[in-house]
Design a protein around this ligand. Structure first.
Ligand code: AMP
Ligand code: MG
Length: 572
């Protein structure tokens, strides 16, 4: 057994009674032989309590083949062994959450376990059954097709963290695909999860990124030219990975008793503050999911994140950003931009449509819960929490982004709406714009006497195409800035205090699409330094990091149309 700690200090031979048969001694420490089972292993400190598999109905079929699974929340399945797991990077913060010390993360056992080669005795690996609406259409059973949950750990503070390998081989839910992930998409998932966390955006986390030593065939452009790419596995970490689709599948199939079990389980486990499940509590829970979802979307808007595939199976019940696929970061502010090539036609998942789509998804979620309520009005009321929460949240968020003391009604609403227009007049880097706006002085008198060029000068870095700054555009942008200055002066906030406030919500460093791609290019060539460098920079996204200016620069021209930088495919 590897899982549980047996109290043996390395180097000290300690006689214990063991029920395990004595095998040939094969480990040596300081010249003294130890039984493998008595040796403390690096991951021993993980303490598992696998409530999901213990409390919810399992698929009785133990074999791993693709199938429709009914009346079960999950199927037990083991990760597929890989040729040569090798650690690319790990997050020390996530390791900290799990109580894993550095030496454990840098151990051979860590690579083996989080590459999918070894399963600790206390783990109980499984894939969950879920369905979902993809691009607005019901898609039937989807499920964890390439995610394998290892189990739930409970840390020293009593926090429950589920561990999940993404790309660890096929499961009963893999449909026609291989259950694997390539290094390209795994770097993107690993870095973005951690970047989002440090930005203060609710998200699933990533413990580790491990290459498998295997080659995986992918047709990246869906153009009939598949190529081999290096395979990789990310270990994701979250309190739970339950999605809207986990509930939808049972409602759709009329398996209402299982639906109720999963709802009760989720409330007890993930929403314990709501109290014991009841009809009232179900409604409060739906409200809470609406509240959290609104909050998540507001954060996306704040930092310029576009998820790219907001299908209902990619919506976390906890309001966490989940499933980092063809996501992207707004560079020039374009609410119509979608990073996902599959979405290019309808642009359903474009930046400016995310708030609407979240509501559409919540409606599907409420429909799934309907059989437990059997009345539309209270569910409708619960859904209204989303719209109300979103609108009030948007006003507060915009006020903060602009360094205003508070939202003050219609005049501010107009100021915000006009800013959204101004940002689209010419190609404007959203991140740099907000950051530089904090350098515009409101303390100095005489904004009205200054020329438009002078007013605009602190912001010049934000513009991609200087030629677009025609006289007319310059004057329209500076006109808005003059109004903004007047509004700040009304608050009387000093420049320095405003800069501090704005810089705490407007990041300097985000995972720019081209930066992720450069890190991927290097990693594919065997050099993981940029993945680790980005991980480090993105730990403090709001700080000025003078050594890291190159990671705050706007997208270079070569990246404008390069795949992976401006458009992403779902092939991952
Ligand atoms: P996504 O749109 O990436 O969230 O995936 C939609 C569904 O396809 C989910 O059920 C995934 O588990 C499944 N899926 C995506 N990629 C793969 C893959 N390479 N192998 C197996 N299943 C996959
Ligand atoms: Mg998904």
């Amino acid at each position: 057994m590897i899982g549980k700690a047996v109290a043996v200090d390395p180097g000290i031979f300690q006689v214990t009674t063991s029920e395990r048969p004595y095998r040939q001694l094969s480990f040596k420490t300081s010249g003294i032989s130890l039984l493998p089972s008595l040796m403390k292993q690096p991951l021993d400190s993980l303490n598992f309590d696998n409530r999901f598999t213990r409390d919810l109905p399992a698929d009785p079929e133990p074999a791993n083949f693709r199938r429709q699974v009914s009346r079960a929340c999950y199927s037990r399945v083991l990760p597929t062994k890989v040729a040569q797991p090798s650690l690319v990077a790990y997050s020390r913060e996530v390791a900290g959450l799990l109580g894993l010390p550095t030496d454990a993360c840098e151990s051979n056992e860590f690579e083996e376990v989080f590459g999918g080669n070894r399963v600790l005795t206390e783990m109980d690996p499984y894939a969950t059954c879920y369905g979902g609406h993809q691009f607005g259409n019901w898609a039937g059973q989807l499920g964890d097709g390439r995610a394998i949950n290892l189990g739930e750990t409970v840390n020293a503070d009593g926090e429950r963290w589920a561990l999940q390998l993404k790309g660890a081989g096929p499961t009963p839910y893999s449909r026609t695909a291989d259950g694997l992930a390539v290094l390209r998409s795994s770097v993107r998932e690993f870095l973005c999860s951690e970047a989002m966390h440090h930005l203060g955006v609710p998200t699933t986390r990533a413990l580790s990124l491990v290459t498998t030593g295997e080659q995986v065939m992918r047709d990246m452009f869906y153009d009939g030219n598949p190529e081999y790419e290096p395979g990789a596995v990310v270990c994701r970490v979250a309190p739970s990975f339950t999605r809207f689709g986990n509930f939808q599948i049972f409602a759709r199939r009329g398996e209402i008793d299982i639906l109720k079990q999963l709802v009760d389980y989720t409330i007890r486990t993930d929403f314990p503050d709501l109290g014991e499940p009841s009809r009232e509590v179900y409604l409060e829970w739906v409200e809470e999911v609406c509240r959290r979802t609104a909050e998540m979307i507001l954060h996306w808007i704040r930092v310029g994140f576009v998820h790219g595939v907001m299908n209902t199976d990619n919506m976390s019940i906890l309001g966490l950003t989940i499933d980092y696929g063809p996501y992207g970061w707004l560079e020039d502010y374009d609410p119509n931009w979608t990073p996902n090539t599959t979405d290019a036609g309808g642009r359903r998942y474009r930046f400016g449509n995310q708030a609407q789509i979240a509501l559409w998804n919540l409606v599907q979620f409420a429909n799934a819960i309907y059989p437990l309520i059997e009345e539309v009005d209270p569910l409708q009321k619960a859904l209204d929490v989303y719209s109300g929460g979103f609108e009030a949240g948007w006003q507060t968020m915009m006020a903060k982004k602009l360094g205003l003391e508070r939202f003050e009604g219609d005049a501010d609403e107009k100021l915000f709406a006009d800013l959204v227009e101004v940002l689209q007049l010419v190609e404007t880097d959203m991140t740099i714009f907000y950051r530089k706006l904090s350098d515009v002085s409101a303390e100095q008198n005489g904004a009205n006497e200054k020329s438009s060029e002078e007013i605009l000068s602190p912001l010049l870095d934000a513009y991609y195409v200087p030629d677009q700054l025609t006289e007319d555009n310059t004057s329209r942008i500076s006109e808005w800035i003059r109004r903004y200055i007047a509004r700040v002066r009304k608050d009387g906030t000093l420049d320095e205090a405003r800069r501090k406030q704005m810089n705490s919500v407007n990041p300097k460093y985000v995972l720019r699409n081209y930066l992720a791609q450069l890190a991927i290019d290097k990693s594919e060539g065997g050099d993981n330094s940029m993945v680790n460098a980005l991980l480090e920079v993105l730990r403090n996204p709001y700080d000025e990091q003078p050594e890291q200016e190159q990671h705050a620069e706007k997208r270079p021209d070569w990246a404008r149309h390069r795949a992976g930088c401006s458009m992403l495919s779902c092939s991952s």
